[in-house]
Design a protein around this ligand. Sequence first.
Ligand SMILES: Cc1cc2nc3c(=O)[nH]c(=O)nc-3n(C[C@H](O)[C@H](O)[C@H](O)COP(=O)(O)O)c2cc1C
Length: 377
Amino acid sequence: MSNQPLLHTYQMGDLALPNRIVMSSLTRMRANSTNHVPTALQAEYYAQRASAGLIISEATAISVDGFGWANTPGLWSKEQVAGWRQVTDAVHQRGGRIIAQLWHTGAMSHPELRNGDLPVSASDVDPLQISVTPTGRKPTVVPRPLTKEEIRATVQDFAKAGLNAIEAGFDGVQILANYLYLIPQFLNMKTNRRTDEYGGNLENRARFLFEIVEEVASAVGNKRTGIKISPMHEGGEFSANEETLPVTEYAIRKLNDYDLSHLLLMGNSTDFTGTPLEALAGDQMFEYFRPLYSGTLIANANMDRERGNHLITSGLADLVAFGRAYIANPDLVHRFQNGAPLADIDWETVYGSDGGGYSDYPFHQPIEYTGQPASSL
Ligand SMILES: Cc1cc2nc3c(=O)[nH]c(=O)nc-3n(C[C@H](O)[C@H](O)[C@H](O)COP(=O)(O)O)c2cc1C
C-alpha cells in the first residue's frame, strides 16, 4: 500500500473510490450557449481526468430560473440529459466516477441571462457581486423575492435535476450551498430579510436548504447526495458577518441527521484576517468542523500533496478536493504517485470557448530508460 494516504482506497456511500483525490467543481464555460447542453469536448475533458477518485462536475443549473452564468450547462431538459450522458459514459469507460453539482444562481444571475426578467432570491437585496452575462461581466441587480409557492417549486426543481442527473448516468449529486448563490442568499442575514418561516432566525434561514436536502435525498438516495457548504468571506453582501459562522455551524451539525454521501468543506480561499472567521484560517477550519460532522468530509482549497496527505493522516479529512490543480494536470493522481511536477495554468483560456487550455493540457510522461540503444527498440 502506498505511504501516501491520498492514494488509499475509500468507500463513499455506495461508491468504491480507488484513491482519495477528488476533482473539485470547475466552471469552464464550454457548454452550448443557447440550449446549455454539454458538448463532446466536455466529455473528452472529463474523461482525461477519470483517474481521480471522484470527479465533481462543474456547477450545473437545475432549472431555467436557476440558470445564471453564460455558457454553463443545465440539467433540466432531455437534450441536457443526453449531453451529460456522453460525459458520464466517457468517464465510466475510463474507469472513473462522476457526480453532478446542482446549482441555482439566484441573485447572481442577470436580466440578460433571463430574457429581461429579474433574477430571483430570498429578498430584494442586491448582493453587490458580478454576473457573467453573454456580453461580459456586469454588476448584479436588485432581485425579485421568491414567493412561498416558488420556493416549493424550486425545491422540486432541485429534486428533478437530481433525478435527471441519475438518468444521465451520474453516480450521485452534490448540492452547491457555498459561495454567493441562492442557498447562501437564504442563509445570509444580509441578503435574507424575509419575515415568513424562511427568514429571521438561523433555523428559519436554513429551512430552504434542508427542504432541498430532504427532497434531493429522497429522490436520488441519501447515499448519493452530498453537499458543498462552508463559512465564507466573499465581499459585498457576502462579507463574513457575526451570523456567518453560527448559521453554517447550525447547518453542518444538522446535516449529520441525513447520513449523506459527503460534506465538501472549504478552508479559507480569501484572507480571513480581521473578519469574524479569523480563527478558522488554514487547517483550523477542519479542526473546528471535523469533530462536528460524523460523515465523509472532503477538505478543499489551497491543497497540495503534502497538506492533503497530512489532513488525512491527522484524521481531519477523509478525502481531499483539488480545483485549480485539475485545470492543467489531468493526470494529477499519477503526478502525486510519482512526485512529478505540476503544470501551470494558462489563465487566459480558463473561461475560453474551445479546447485550447481545456482538453489539451499534456499528461506527464515519465522518460523510461530501458538501457537498450534506441536503434534496437
Ligand atoms: C475556474 C474555476 C471555476 C470554479 N467553478 C466552480 C464551480 O462551478 N462550483 C464550485 O462549487 N466551485 C467552483 N470553483 C471552486 C473550486 O471548486 C475550488 O473549491 C476552489 O478553486 C478551491 O480549490 P483549489 O484551491 O484546489 O483551487 C471554481 C474555481 C475555479 C478556479
